[in-house]
Design a protein around this ligand. Sequence first.
Ligand SMILES: [Zn+2]
Ligand SMILES: [Zn+2]
Length: 251
Amino acid sequence: MAYRINLLFVRETIKMITDFLDIFFPKRCLSCHKESSYVCPDCFAKIPLQRSLRCYVCAKRAPNGKTCPACKTKIGSCLTGLAIASDWKNMLVRQMIYEFKYRFIKDLADPLGNLLIKFFDLNKIELNKIINFQILIPVPLHKRRLSWRGFNQAQLLAFQLNKHLNIELIDNLLIRRRYTLPQMEIKDRNQRIKNVSGIFSVDPQNQNAIRDKIVLLVDDICTTASTFENCAKALWPLKPKQIWALAVARD
Ligand SMILES: [Zn+2]
Ligand SMILES: [Zn+2]
C-alpha cells in the first residue's frame, strides 16, 4: 500500500510541475523548440514512416504484410503480421515516446496516433483496402503500472485509430496478470522473452468478443515482439480469424 501511495505521489508531483510549467511557459516543439504544440507541423512532416511491410521475424519484404509461413511455424507465432510505423532511430520519435510515458504528457497521444494513421494511409492497409481490421485491442498494462502512469499509452493510441478509422476498440478482454519489468529495461533477448511469457489471459465473461474477427493489437514500442506474441497466444483460443500487431517503433 505504501509503495502504491509513493508511486501516486511521484506521478502527481511530476504532473503538477508539468501543469505549472505549462501555465508560465508556452508549449514548445520537442524538436525545434518553436512555440507551438509538442510537435510542430514541420517537424511532424519530417518523421520517417516505414514505406514497406516486412516479415517481423526475418525482415524480408512482405507485400501483404504477412509473416512468412515458415517463420511463423519456426517460432510458433499466432501473429499473421506485425507492422512498425516509424523508426526508433529517429530522435523525435524516441523523445515523443519518452515524454509520453515517463513525463505523462498525454497530449502526445495525438501526434503519435497521427503517425499510425499516416502509416496506414501510406501502406494502404487501412480499413476495406487490403485488410479489413475489425477489432482494436491495446496491449494492457498491469493495474499497478496503470495506477502509476494514470493512463495506458497503448489504449490512448488505439483510441486515435478507433476515432479516425472507425474500428471497434475492446479494452476489457485482454488482462495482464503479472507485474513485470518493462521490456526496454532488459537487454538480454532470452530474458525479454521469459519476462512476458504467459502473462496475459482473457476475461472469461467475454468469450465471443473476437470470434471470426480480424484483430489488430496496438502498442507504442515493440522490442522482441514477445509481448505481442503472448497477447496473441492468449487471444487465439477465442478463435479470431487473424491477429495482427502495430507499434510506433521497434527498439
Ligand atoms: Zn518543430
Ligand atoms: Zn520471415
